[in-house]
Design a binder for this molecule. Structure first.
Ligand SMILES: Nc1ncnc2c1ncn2[C@@H]1O[C@H](COP(=O)(O)OP(=O)(O)O)[C@@H](O)[C@H]1O
Ligand SMILES: [Mg+2]
Length: 262
């Protein structure tokens, strides 16, 4: 089965090599858990793999999207002007069929992000939500491999805008910000992965400037590295040195992180 590397350090190992090609994959989490940064990493990986990368938003202006990327140290302006990344901001509509959104995502072998999917489904009539989302997912799968983000409410129970996208998705990854401090403050869990085995545990992850999300699992032998040339804060470098020493990041991933920053 063809796999698409997610671009999230340490995640592919948890889902047998990555997302399955031509699927819709959901990232679920409350505000601030890293869904947008996850999306950025996923797109960067696609651009580096020569896939057409598309970012679609309903609430984020393009300039806000670029600002988040810049705060991580990634220069996406160049990718947009080079035609490697398309960014679109849309208004919600009451049907997807014939919508501007669908015209924007027609292609083959694309990497598509919809961040977030929640307002889109919230605007649909309840009786039609499931059919509409099913239809859109089918279109997304034909165009490539998609990532959608879903906002998990802090309080109360979720409605159709959370349930429907998750029920119909091929893979669901839940990010949590437990807030216990350091080690288990942030956790990642794969809730489902159709057509592919996955590990069913909870894994700690962190978000680092210039790096993005890192699942904190040992994946290789530890090694020493020189990061003095990188435009990162001392505390971030300290964390990266430890991740290398503990085998959480691989030498080739440090090269990738460096290429994105310099
Ligand atoms: N430059 C940065 N360095 C480290 N952590 C960051 C940086 N920028 C954002 N974060 C972390 O990422 C979180 C926001 O991630 P984001 O992807 O915008 O969340 P979401 O989209 O799920 O609301 C912030 O709460 C912060 O903890
Ligand atoms: Mg976000």
């Amino acid at each position: 089965m063809l796999k698409i590397p997610t671009g999230i350090f340490g995640l592919d190992e948890l889902i047998s090599g990555g997302f399955v090609k031509n699927t819709v994959n959901a990232v679920l989490g409350t505000v601030g858990c890293g869904k947008t940064i996850f999306s950025l990493q996923y797109l960067l990986q696609g651009i580096e793999d020569n896939q057409e990368a598309v970012y679609i938003s309903f609430d984020l202006e393009v300039k806000d999207f670029l600002r988040i990327a810049r705060s991580m140290g990634w220069k996406l302006e160049e990718k947009i002007s080079d035609g490697l990344l398309k960014v679109g901001r849309f208004q919600v509509e009451d049907s997807f069929i014939d919508s501007e959104l669908v015209k924007f995502i027609t292609g083959k072998d694309m990497r598509i992000v919809i961040d977030s999917f929640t307002p889109l489904v919230a605007s649909l009539e309840t009786s039609r939500a499931r059919n509409e989302v099913n239809w859109l997912y089918k279109t997304l799968r034909e165009s490539g491999t998609a990532l959608i983000t879903v906002e998990e409410p802090f309080f109360g129970t979720a409605g159709k805008e959370v349930d429907v996208p998750l029920i119909l998705a091929d893979c669901v990854i839940q990010l949590k910000n437990v807030g216990y401090g350091e080690a288990y403050s942030r956790t990642l869990r794969v809730i489902k992965h159709r057509m592919s085995p996955h590990l069913n545990s909870v894994f700690p992850y962190s978000i680092l400037e210039g790096v993005g999300l890192v699942v904190e699992e040992k994946r290789c032998e530890g090694f020493e590295v020189d990061l003095s040339d990188l435009p990162l804060s001392e505390s971030t470098k300290e964390k990266l040195y430890r991740y290398c020493k503990d085998g959480i990041l691989k030498p080739e991933e440090i090269q990738k992180i460096r290429r994105r920053l310099i």
